[in-house]
Write a new protein. Structure first.
Length: 382
């Protein structure tokens, strides 16, 4: 993150007054439980945000070499993106043109020089053009439809790869990032090394995964036996970037930095710098690494999460253990403290007995995120 930007954010903290009240949102918001529990609303979110809108597929450094691929499922649509020999990325529907079998079944890997369907062996080049229907003795020669894989839109910039599951309508990455590219570009995400990704499923609405990380307010209570002593619970720095937003959680001793001369200030040792790329991703810059959360909503009350860790350089054996331990800890705290609570919240909201939740002025990124989703749904309806 650029030094001037770190100074600007730290100045906001310094000027925020008692209990950091100057960082609060102007107004609290009451949100109906149906935002988390109504299947019809969920179907609309999938259509508007996950099918029609761009979503983050992953980081460029997860598929650096020709033949490397990433796959996902968005509103039921199976997507496969492959790095081409010329360095570009193509994205296709991950369903064979013969009888729609999946072409890859793993989340990530390398397909080599061609894509071969595991059902009857139809073979495509890495861009999805049909090359061969082996051992069929010409039995498909009278088929008149094109049997190349269906293409979908993909775009890559700032070390981020976006896809649009529902169509080939081009993706404007700058418009998608809404201004967050100034910070994200400075992180040079394309130079990182992917260490590991772990996949889990949770019994909660997809938005509750992101809610978990939007605010620091819960740290003092929910994490009182783990990370609470090291972190500030009253304070979160917030910025909005179109649909996306920044939420910076701060260490308890952040004000120490402001005692130094300004040209020595650094936010990085004090901040968990989180970019919410609405709808499906969270990119977190920690002092010495990057974490990425990606979501695949499965049902109104069920979500799959992919949690990845990235290091600034290729690790040796010792570094690899260190990064793996980092990921262990992240998943341990979220998996034993945050997400079990979120699953119980989902159960309460789905019961019909809790009509609404409240987002307070101390939780500005939470307010932003839900407003962004609500506005996207309203705009699609208009
Ligand atoms: S479904 Fe792929 S070759 Fe038959
Ligand atoms: Fe938490």
């Amino acid at each position: 993150m650029r030094h001037e930007r770190q100074v600007e954010l730290l100045k906001r903290v310094g000027a925020s007054g008692d209990h950091f009240a100057g960082l609060h949102a102007p107004q609290s918001v009451v949100q109906p439980a149906s935002a988390y529990a109504d299947p019809e609303r969920f179907a609309e979110e999938l259509r508007v945000l996950f099918r029609n809108g761009p979503t983050l597929l992953g980081l460029s450094c997860e598929m650096p070499s020709p033949g490397d691929y990433l796959s996902t499922v968005l509103d039921g649509i199976p997507i496969l993106a492959v790095r081409q020999a010329d360095g570009s990325v193509r994205a296709m529907i991950n369903a064979c043109r013969h009888r729609a079998a999946p072409l890859v079944t793993e989340r990530a890997g390398n397909i080599g020089r061609s894509i071969v369907c595991g059902y009857h062996g139809w073979t495509y080049d890495t861009g999805g053009t049909l090359l061969a229907r082996p051992l069929s003795a010409g039995a498909f020669d009278d088929v008149t439809i094109t049997c190349d894989l269906h293409r979908v839109a993909v775009a890559e910039q700032y070390g981020l790869i976006f896809v649009r599951a529902g169509s080939a309508e081009p993706i404007d990455v700058d418009a998608t990032l809404g201004g967050a590219q100034d910070d994200l570009g400075a992180f040079r995400l394309d130079t990182y090394t992917h260490i590991e990704t772990r996949t889990n499923e949770w019994a909660m609405n997809w938005k509750l995964v992101l809610d978990t990380f939007t605010e620091s307010y819960h740290i003092r209570w929910l994490h009182k036996n783990t990370i609470a002593p090291a972190f500030n619970s009253d304070c979160v720095i917030y910025d909005g970037f179109g649909r996306n937003c920044l939420s910076v959680g701060l260490r308890a001793n952040v004000l120490d930095e402001l005692a130094k001369p300004e040209d020595e200030w650094s936010l990085l040792p004090y901040g968990t710098i989180q970019y919410f790329l609405v709808p499906n991703a969270l990119v977190v810059h920690q002092l010495d690494h990057v974490e990425v959360w990606r979501l695949e909503p499965l049902d109104v009350g069920r979500v799959r999460t992919h949690t990845s860790i990235f290091a600034p350089e290729p690790p040796d054996e010792r570094a690899l253990k260190y990064w793996t331990r980092n990921l262990d800890l992240l998943l341990q705290v979220t998996g034993t403290e945050d997400f079990p609570t979120m699953e119980r919240i989902q159960a309460a909201l789905s019961s019909g007995a809790v009509p609404e939740v409240v987002y307070g002025r101390i939780e500005p990124p939470l307010i932003h995120f839900h407003r962004a989703v609500d506005e996207a749904l309203a705009a699609a309806e208009a």
